[in-house]
Design a protein around this ligand. Structure first.
Ligand SMILES: CC(C)(COP(=O)(O)OP(=O)(O)OC[C@H]1O[C@@H](n2cnc3c(N)ncnc32)[C@H](O)[C@@H]1OP(=O)(O)O)[C@@H](O)C(=O)NCCC(=O)NCCS
Length: 170
């Protein structure tokens, strides 16, 4: 069964193993904690994820952000993030949602289904009437994930497509 679950202390071991394997930056999806040690994950990375979700300890100008993991039964296959509202830099930049599927699990529908499940959570949080997303032009798989979840391209430049998905609200 596929489901999303917030970053939490009970799942620390599996969360750590997933996050340490994520590259620092892949197609614009950044990870502050590549190769993170278990100790740093437990004492820094995970507490930061939980605090950001609660709107605590945010760097100047940051909005609250929820870190979800996509689980297939007892295995983590992806990470999805929801930024709770738009600030100016998000409005013209990365938007509300970011995601990454583990390298060995790509091409099996997890990205598409994970975004669908994440939007179900995001609709309870995000006040804007549309979800803003952005994708590199050379990342057709991610563009497909967005389009299959109701996305439409509203703008483009030489590097990016800017996508909107209607937010039905809570
Ligand atoms: C982008 C990413 C999330 C896609 O996840 P995934 O689990 O492989 O996606 P899915 O299996 O749901 O596939 C999505 C669609 O993309 C298509 N696709 C995959 N690779 C493709 C390619 N190279 N060209 C065109 N379409 C492609 C698939 O066929 C599928 O469409 P279909 O169902 O109509 O066949 C994953 O590759 C990833 O984590 N990449 C690194 C981080 C990243 O790019 N994040 C997004 C930043 S915007």
């Amino acid at each position: 069964m596929l489901y999303v679950k917030k970053a939490n202390a009970a799942d620390l071991e599996k969360e750590w193993q997933f996050v340490r394997e994520m590259p620092a930056d892949e197609n614009g999806l950044t990870n502050e904690w590549p190769q993170v040690s278990r100790e740093d994950f437990e004492t820094k990375a995970l507490p930061q994820m939980i605090a950001y979700d609660e709107g605590k300890n945010l760097p100047e100008g940051y909005v609250p952000e929820t870190f979800l993991f996509l689980w297939d039964d007892d295995r983590i296959v992806g990470q999805f993030r929801i930024r709770h509202t738009l600030c100016e830099s998000l409005r013209t930049g990365a938007g509300h949602i970011g995601y990454c599927i583990g390298k060995n699990d790509r091409g099996r529908g997890y990205g598409t289904e994970g975004l669908r499940l994440t939007l179900e959570e995001a609709r309870k949080i995000v006040p804007e009437e549309e979800f803003y997303l952005r994708v590199n032009r050379d990342n057709p798989a991610s563009l497909q994930v967005m389009l299959k979840n109701g996305g439409r391209v509203v703008a483009e430049d030489t590097e990016k497509y800017y996508v909107r998905i209607p937010n039905p609200g809570p």
